[in-house]
Design a protein around this ligand. Structure first.
Ligand code: CP
Ligand code: NVA
Length: 309
């Protein structure tokens, strides 16, 4: 079987992502009353080890992948790049070749997408993207699972994004192309997503609309999503924060969305900036389901990478 890297959602494709969502729903239901660390009855990754490399901070990605491996019957190890030889000049290529001899899969969070591509080129085990400056595909599998749980169906869904045109929006646009939903992205000038992702989503037939007016984007939306205005590795510039201010997800925006609209945020959140407290803590917010779903979604990503889906 060809090696299955998961650098972006397109590496899996729409059918595999649908299979991941279904698998996550089934497995989540099967273990509803289990202690969190108890393996699933079939332990499909028994004996497998995942190495996780972090060049940036993480709470959810780190814990969800570790718990995912435990629940699948395998195990995971966490390596901070600063305490690896990678952090003092060993090449990405050599790191890939060594880890491939020692573990069964590698997950990496890095600032530079080119690094994960390099790692994948030299690894002989699956490489999974735990966030780069370009994309965050594992997060979006969890988001799609959360949407399906709350709204049932992805095709034709109206998803509205507010704020920075960042890595998370890139993966949402890629998901729109693969799963056939529409995206209105309300972002200020100079903070648009990369054209590549917009073009990909548009050519797939999804309706992709740039809105400068947040209210326009929110009107009749099924899903409202935002993220931090300052991503890891970015400078916190006053100019950027001022440009983002009109794009806060607040009660005015929820009021014009569909009555049963849901609010998503990958977290960590900066309540009072990209989202008001009323929305974050309010009845439309499903952010804790979304966070929990990182475990269930990451299990499916892992099963796909190991050729089981
Ligand atoms: N959403 C997300 O990736 O969270 P962490 O940065 O805590 O992993
Ligand atoms: N856009 C954010 C996502 C954090 C999970 C970042 O890259 O920091």
């Amino acid at each position: 079987m060809t090696l299955r890297h998961f650098l972006d959602l397109s590496d899996a494709g729409g059918d595999a992502i649908a299979a991941m969502i279904n698998d996550a729903i089934d497995r989540k239901a099967t273990r509803a009353d289990f202690p969190k660390g108890k393996p699933d009855p079939d332990a499909p990754l028994a004996g497998r080890v995942l190495a996780m490399i972090f060049e940036k901070n993480s709470t959810r990605t780190r814990v969800s992948f570790d718990m995912a491996m435990r629940q699948l019957g395998g195990s995971a190890m966490i390596m901070e790049s600063g305490s690896m030889q990678l952090g003092r000049g060993e090449t990405v290529a050599d790191t890939a070749r060594v880890l491939s001899r020692m573990v069964d899969a590698i997950m990496i969070r890095t600032d530079d997408h080119a690094k994960i591509e390099e790692l994948a080129r030299h690894a002989t085990v699956p490489v999974i993207n735990g966030l780069t400056d370009r994309s965050h595909p594992c997060q979006i599998v969890a988001d799609l699972l959360t949407v399906v749980e709350h709204r049932k169906s992805l095709p034709g869904l109206e998803v509205a994004w507010f704020g920075d045109g960042n890595n998370v929006l890139h993966s949402i646009l890629e998901a729109a192309a693969l799963m056939k939903f529409n995206v209105r992205y309300a972002v200020p000038p100079d903070y648009e997503p990369d054209d590549e992702f917009v073009a990909l989503a548009k050519t797939s037939g999804s309706r992709i609309t740039l809105c400068r007016d947040a209210l326009e984007a929110a009107t009749d939306a099924d899903v409202l999503v935002t993220d931090t205005w300052v991503s890891m590795g970015q400078a916190e510039a006053a100019e950027k924060l001022a440009a983002m201010r009109p794009y806060q997800v607040n009660g005015d925006l929820m009021a014009v969305a569909k009555n049963d609209a849901i609010f998503l945020h990958c977290l960590p959140a900066h309540v009072g900036d990209e989202v008001s407290e009323a929305v974050f803590e309010g009845p439309h917010s499903v952010v804790w389901d979304e966070a929990e779903n990182r475990i269930h979604a990451q299990k499916s990503v892992l099963r796909w990478a190991f050729g089981q889906l």
